[in-house]
Design a protein around this ligand. Structure first.
Ligand SMILES: Nc1ncnc2c1ncn2[C@@H]1O[C@H](COP(=O)(O)OP(=O)(O)OP(=O)(O)O)[C@@H](O)[C@H]1O
Ligand SMILES: [Mg+2]
Length: 193
């Protein structure tokens, strides 16, 4: 199967999950993320709002807020097309849908956190394999925004998040694909490499 076929299959699988399964998965994801030392120690964490059946970090975000951890969400970069900028997210953040219809915090320069200063990024996966290769939705947004990590010393710890049913045997990796440090699902936390 090529990348597009795998994406189609995995997106259909996750959209098929019931609201009850999604709620349970969101709870499970919180438990699994807290297994990671990097996550427990993090002072700033970027996550995302679930879309298209993605496993939802909403329960994790509530837990982080309660502990006073700085939470950020990705926002389409207002200037550099194809890139993300990470914006501080609080209970009362002003939100608006982006051009994919995904809610994001309203961009304000003072609320932007440089990706270099994020301790952990929990990023959504369409598919993953056991060696940490990932497939996203196909926009290349995370790959572009994280390309600097190939050279940089200080880099965020990358945890890919997905439902267990999104694991693939072996994914084809392209030269620009940024590999994950760990995978978290509804029922598992697994460091890679
Ligand atoms: N660092 C980069 N510089 C320029 N173009 C890039 C870079 N990374 C990815 N791209 C482009 O983005 C397109 C989509 O990439 P890919 O199929 O890996 O998406 P993805 O990993 O599923 O998406 P995402 O990173 O948003 O989750 C590719 O055609 C690729 O050319
Ligand atoms: Mg990629």
């Amino acid at each position: 199967m090529n990348r597009q076929d795998i994406r189609r299959q995995m997106r259909a699988r996750r959209r098929y999950l019931t609201p009850a399964q999604q709620r349970q998965a969101s709870d499970g994801l919180r438990v699994q993320l807290y297994q990671a030392r990097e996550f427990r120690r993090a002072k700033s964490v970027a996550l995302y709002l679930a879309n298209d059946g993605e496993i939802s970090p909403s329960r994790t975000i509530e837990a982080l807020w309660q502990r006073g951890v700085k939470v950020c969400l990705p926002v389409l970069h207002p200037v550099y097309r194809g890139r993300l900028v990470f914006i501080r997210f609080d209970r009362n953040s002003a939100m608006k849908p982006n051009r994919y219809g995904i809610l994001e915090p309203v961009y304000r320069h003072q609320l932007a956190v440089s990706v270099r200063f994020l301790d952990v990024i929990a990023l959504p996966l369409v598919a993953f394999d056991e060696t940490g290769n990932r497939l996203g939705m196909g926009g290349g947004y995370y790959d572009r925004s994280l390309a600097f990590t190939r050279r940089s010393g200080k880099r965020p710890f990358l945890i890919g998040c997905a439902h267990e049913c999104q694991q693939s045997k072996q994914l084809p990796a392209e030269p620009w694909d940024i590999p994950l440090n760990a995978i978290a699902t509804d029922s598992r936390y697994q460091p890679v490499k």
